[in-house]
Design a binder for this molecule. Structure first.
Ligand SMILES: *Cc1c(COP(=O)(O)O)cnc(C)c1O
Length: 290
């Protein structure tokens, strides 16, 4: 594959570089492509089925569905029961993943935890289980490949010593910081607070010294629509690049507020999820957000 390109974007008179991992593929892009890299390199014959679980708007779910389609693997995905609105939504990641061949099963709330824990019992060796949000230890290799690309591309941009990427589980930021010790890596928690993010990262190993977790002043709940996120999304879009509505706006907001050096932002993908998020912003001007 060719390297994903770098673009420039100007925000509040500051110029940023953006690593365009969003352009890798419509569905299998951003950090999910990087995290699935090892599995993507695996010979097809090794598995016949991939099993995963989690939310039905998940970008990881869609990326796994696209990978399985490419590989000819079955993809079984478990979630808690869907709301009627989710079931009927014909736009967004869930509908697309189903169209790509994903088999979906709903598990009752009371049974969910035990059910997920039991997935690893009696496992066929041709079945691979991916934990929620995508591979964890398997993500390391793909992020090393990203690190090599960045090192190469940044040779022409010696003024850049800081990179940024938003966190959910923190897997991406963690392995990126590990693979690029000569750069400062900024991230911000989108799910939970800084201590929760650190806890997740500590499960992967010692925290790299070059990893800087920035915390926004205001508390945000994951996947809720906030007017300032929508504004940031539009500002970025008029700067020429579409970003996701769940992770990117907060990372950008924090960078603008809390940093002042030249920064390269690694686009983490997720634009496909906007189809189901944007309608939730439709009433934004009327002040009715659900
Ligand atoms: C999954 C995702 C993240 C979070 O990645 P982690 O490795 O879980 O921290 C960030 N941005 C987008 C767009 C994502 O889809």
């Amino acid at each position: 594959m060719q390297l994903s390109p770098l673009s420039k974007i100007i925000l509040d008179t500051r110029e940023f570089l953006v690593k365009r991992d969003d352009l890798i593929d419509p569905y299998l892009a951003g950090n999910k492509y990087r995290k699935l890299y090892t599995l993507l390199q695996t010979p097809k014959e090794l598995y016949h089925t991939i099993i995963s679980y989690g939310g039905t708007q998940s970008n990881a779910m869609l990326a796994i569905a696209a990978m399985c389609r490419q590989k000819g693997w079955n993809f079984i995905y478990y979630s808690k029961p869907l709301s009627r609105q989710q079931r009927e939504n014909t736009l967004g990641n869930f509908a697309t993943a189903l169209a790509l061949g994903m088999t979906h099963h709903e598990i009752e709330h009371e049974l969910y935890r035990d059910f997920i824990a039991s997935l690893r019992l009696n496992l066929d060796e041709k079945i691979f289980i991916l934990d929620q949000g995508g591979a964890v230890t398997e993500a390391k290799e793909g992020l090393e490949v990203l690190a090599d690309e960045l090192r190469e591309q940044l040779r022409e941009h010696k003024d850049i010593q800081s990179l940024a990427t938003p966190s959910g589980t923190g897997t991406t930021a963690y392995f990126l910081a590990l693979a690029l010790p000569e750069y400062r890596i900024y991230t911000t928690p989108s799910v939970g607070d800084v201590s929760y993010l650190k806890e997740q990262m500590l499960a992967l190993g010692k925290l790299p010294k070059n990893l800087h977790i920035l915390e926004s002043k205001k508390k945000y709940h994951f996947a809720k629509p906030y007017p300032e996120f929508y504004e940031m999304y539009q500002k970025l879009k008029s700067g020429g690049i579409e970003f996701d509505l769940l992770y990117a706006p907060l990372m950008w907001q924090t960078l603008l507020e809390q940093t002042d050096e030249r920064i390269l932002y690694i686009h983490s993908g997720g634009v496909s999820g906007n189809a189901s998020m944007l309608p939730r912003y439709k009433n934004i001007d009327k002040g009715i957000l659900k």
